[in-house]
Design a protein around this ligand. Sequence first.
Ligand code: 1CP
Length: 342
Amino acid sequence: MSDKTILRALAGERQAVPPVWMMRQAGRYLPEYRATRAQAGDFLSLCYNPELAAEVTLQPIRRYGFDAAILFADILLLPQALGADVWFVTGEGPRLSTITDAAGVAALKPVEAIHETLSPVYETVRILSRELPRETTLIGFAGAPWTVATYMIAGRGTPDQGPAHAMKAADRVAFSALIDRIAEGTIEYLSAQIEAGAEVIKLFDSWAGSLRGQDFDDFALAPARRIIQALKARHPDVPVIAFPREARERYVGFARAVGADCVALDNSVDAEWAAANVQTDGCVQGNLNPRLLVEGGPELEHETRRIVEAFQGGPHIFNLGHGITPDADPDNVHRMLAAIRG
Ligand code: 1CP
């Protein structure tokens, strides 16, 4: 059995003090992140600079001693590697060239071509596997196909994923071809991260909540299962965390259905309910509301303890229900950790 707490939780071990890390733990709420980001120039230059990307990955580990580090990169690097134009508008978010039909899907680069663009990311992983403290687990990641497709179709983040739903309705064959192409690219991208030293993989399906019924089965569940099966065939010992954000009742049985070792819960999920209905299947990760790291106060401690207690009966990795926001107070993270670790 590994001496790394995150790997023990992912293997199904219940721990008196749950291991902890935070989504978006390297980010704008940290002054040291803002300084390195300014040095790199724009956000994508930071992602493709292995030394600086490794540096920002390490910053929250130095400051807080989290049990895991997550590779600093973005889910939109894969679309870029597949041939989409991607850029970030400061203060607004990502922009991409759009795909609206079968011709757009056909024009994407072949999956084998992705490594040319993504090789700096693998170098970041190699640096991190050398430099991380030996007790810290390194997490690699990618976006799940549906979430990545929503950005490739709309060309930006969308509140309701309207353009992606419209393409799915207009041409389900072309839409499915896009999902398949992203899934194939994701398998190669994540395998390369593992070969470079990633010890755990997380698959972010941030917009899974807008898929219902058969669409959820076809475009959230099936692609996740395909990716995880392919990864497990090549790297059977690397655990996978699936995050079908806002999946509501579809969290039940999700990990088993896709072959994941853990399911991450967003903060709309009641911890007591999840302990009774989801954690019965294995490890869960989550799910403090990131707003509490802005507000602080007694509610932060109270909620942190409530979540730890709710999941005390089984394997649990403490995390937020979504990414920490730029307006969070870095000292509140210390308060959260004190409430978890005592
Ligand atoms: O200004 C800045 O410095 C950029 C802000 C930022 C950061 C810090 C973006 C832009 N991406 C990231 C890093 C990032 N993104 C990580 C690194 C590791 C860590 O967690 O510390 C990870 C895992 C992601 C994943 C990601 N990117 C997701 C999935 C998770 C989630 O938040 O739901 C999504 C949807 C994205 C797209 C994206 N990248 C950046 C933004 C602002 C967005 C959201 C865009 C939108 O929907 O409008």
